[in-house]
Design a protein. Sequence first.
Length: 355
Amino acid sequence: MQQNLKPNRPKIITTEIEGLVFNRRMNIAHAIEALLSKEFVLVDDFYSTGLQILEELNFYLKQKFSKKDYNSQREARSVFRELSHKLLLMVSDNRLEVRKSPKIGWLKILYPEISEFFISFPDVQGLNSSWQWFQNGIKLDILPFRLKPYFGTYFPTRFDHLELFENWLKTYNGTKKNAIDIGVGSGVLSFQMLQNGFQNIYGTDSNPNSIIGLTQEVERLKFGNKFNLSCGDLFASLDFATELIVFNPPWLIANHELEEGIDKAIYYEPDLFPRFFEQAKNHLAKDGKIVMIFSNFAKVVGQEVKNPINVELGNFNRFRRVEFFQKKPKPSSKKTRRKDWRQNEKVELWVLSHK
Ligand SMILES: C[S@@+](CC[C@H](N)C(=O)[O-])C[C@H]1O[C@@H](n2cnc3c(N)ncnc32)[C@H](O)[C@@H]1O
């Protein structure tokens, strides 16, 4: 791994701030008013006070944005996101200052050099839930160990596409020496390739958190000698061809300027696929295969966009489709089902080769 990679981490405030210092003996309406006027509100007593303020803000905005379609709900989330980030907590010596707050290891790991700062409440919630995932790991049916995603790294929460890939790997009878995993994330596809007999994995990701975290993880799992990980765009500095290239790209086209980190795992800029295919041409061995995982999710959420893999196959003379599999995802659990936009979704596995 490249040395000196710096992880993406939530923005913090290290200077003095002006705003409302709030505790639960005060009227919560004052906190909401201050947030709506885009002033800072610093929670001064209990962690739960911050939770209450966020709940109240959410309730207020739900009434304001009552339309249920995907775009209105997205706008509501974006306003909530902006205002809720004005709600702050103080950190001293890598711990939250408020009482009855969770212990979050990331505060020390990600900010080793800063002892006192303010951080937004939603960012603390993000750090906290990421810490829980990281500590507990994620149990997947297809892997014998738990996946431990580093802060700010994409990890799978639905598994149908992993099953498609596992089934495909079981039937793959080509050479298994080297594979490239573009956008390696928390490494799940690479681990699947390893357990199906591949000897060397070259993983890249544009998100440094993925590379930092996965480097630690493969050492812990004693797979270090099988992985070569690099942070960079697409094929980064890899300059050779392999028999298998896998890419589980973002599935939605971006209508906003992309932020670093998870945003780039979910949304793609229009040039991502053309650039990938152009570079893949030189990185795929003569009889090699490209496996791409995709989904019709963009269509499901109302994006009017052509499937970028079909666009490549239709417009260029570089690759041909060798195999194609589709799977209807299992319905999400009742608990997580919002409005079930996903009921028409199908995950896809594409296998391409040189033309
Ligand atoms: C949908 S996630 C898939 C992660 C992992 N392969 C998996 O299947 O769970 C897409 C990944 O691609 C990475 N990514 C997005 N754009 C990239 C680019 N231009 N170059 C390299 N990696 C990229 C993201 O950071 C993210 O880790």
